[in-house]
Design a protein around this ligand. Structure first.
Ligand code: SF4
Ligand code: SF4
Length: 386
């Protein structure tokens, strides 16, 4: 039986709408509304959101645009409201930022209030600045400040036309700067018309496959259990039959809505279009919108719309056709709706299948999946000795 809210109810916030101090070339949010979230709506949201929770842990995610364009006083107010309406709940806050506006004062605040900070950075300077203006030095200064104040942080790197060919260099860069949690997001800008070309910042399916395999090979030799790569974790989770911590690798969507600064709630951050608007918290409760038939359908559609090639795929359990926003190509039977990145994912799953079997077995036997490092080392030595 499917229990729709067995997982915590989750709505991401856009406190500044699409306002940002950068203008990254591949940004999917630039044309969205740029209203500021008022304190009145923030209070309404906080009250409803906390009342709607079915589990004791609650996550607030502050997303943009660039959420640090709001002053510190806004977030102080937000925490005050969380304390007022969230008694007895364990509340965590996560902030996704480009990092360029971080200061000592921000970092002290973030550390004192246990924020987890996600920093968008696409690798070393020449890769990062390809599509993110000239912001690299400012981002790096932000990361140093986070480290100085011991703020928990992770890196979110897009994989795009400029850095996809340099997987090992990219991965080593993150290792070198002391990153412990790394998330890769493939840039896919859909063609404006069917049969057209994807946007020029996009990664190609073959590049994506090669990128993942090359980064995986670095990771599996040295860093399992030390540096967490979200997609590898999610793959292992699916291999063991546990829910992956990332929606694109889950069988259905629908658990992660977003609220725009005007109070409108949408099915997902990547579907902020009128047809996916669930309502506005001024007129509807968060619970009624997230439990609505429309949102349930949006969630199920991910599974229901899978093309035949996916349904027959031996890696469906690990891939689930990835994110529906990327499904705009034809499968081998001519059915519309295959994921543009399919070839890359398929290559990656073939590449890691034996290792995933090994790590899943280790987990089943209550041993550490990091044993894969020694296992691979031994196999390599045996092969050399032959
Ligand atoms: S549409 Fe994509 S981003 Fe949105 S919930 Fe589904 S998998 Fe996640
Ligand atoms: S690897 Fe390709 S065919 Fe297999 S489930 Fe993923 S998108 Fe579908």
């Amino acid at each position: 039986m499917i229990a729709p809210f067995a997982r915590p109810l989750y709505v991401m916030l856009k406190p500044v709408g699409s306002r940002c101090n950068l203008a990254c070339q591949y940004c999917y949010y630039q044309e969205k509304g740029n209203t500021l979230l008022s304190e009145k709506l923030l209070e309404e949201f906080t009250r409803q959101y906390l009342e709607a929770q079915t589990m004791p842990q609650v996550l607030f995610t502050w997303h943009g645009g660039e959420p640090l364009l709001r002053p510190l006083s806004f977030y102080k107010k937000a925490l005050e409201l969380q304390r007022r309406y969230g008694q007895g709940l364990q509340i965590d806050n996560c902030l996704q930022t480009n990092g360029t506006l971080l200061t000592d004062e921000w970092c002290q605040f973030l550390r004192d209030n246990n924020f987890l900070v996600g920093i968008s950075i696409d690798g070393p300077q020449y890769m990062h600045n390809s599509f993110r203006g000239t912001s690299w030095h400012d981002v790096m200064r932000g990361i140093s400040l986070l480290q100085k104040y011991d703020v928990q942080w992770n890196a979110m790197a897009t994989v795009n036309a400029a850095n996809a060919e340099h997987p090992v260099e990219l991965y080593r860069f993150f290792h070198h700067i002391g990153c412990e949690f790394l998330q890769f997001t493939p840039i896919v800008i859909p063609p404006p018309v069917p049969e057209g070309n994807v946007g020029k910042t996009s990664v190609s399916p073959a590049q994506w496959g090669h990128f993942l395999c090359a980064v995986y090979d670095e990771w599996v030799q040295h860093d399992v259990g030390k540096l967490f790569v979200q997609l590898f974790d999610a793959t292992l989770a699916n291999w063991t039959g546990t829910p992956p911590g990332i929606c694109s690798m889950a069988p259905t969507c629908g658990h992660a809505a977003i609220m725009e600064a005007d109070g409108s709630v949408y099915s997902c951050d990547h579907f902020v279009f009128p047809e996916y608007r669930l309502g506005n918290i001024r007129q509807h409760t968060i619970t009624s919108m997230l439990y609505s038939e429309r949102q349930q359908q949006f969630g199920q559609q991910k599974r229901d719309a899978l093309p035949r090639q996916c349904r027959e795929c031996r890696f469906l359990f690990a891939c689930h056709g990835e994110c529906p926003k990327n499904r705009f190509t034809a499968d081998r039977y001519g059915n519309y709706g295959l994921n543009y990145l399919c070839e890359g994912y398929h290559q990656f799953f073939i590449h890691v299948a034996d290792d995933m079997d090994f790590m899943a077995n280790e987990l089943k036997a209550n041993r550490s999946p990091a044993n894969i490092i020694a296992h691979k080392d031994k196999s390599l030595k045996n092969n050399k000795a032959k």
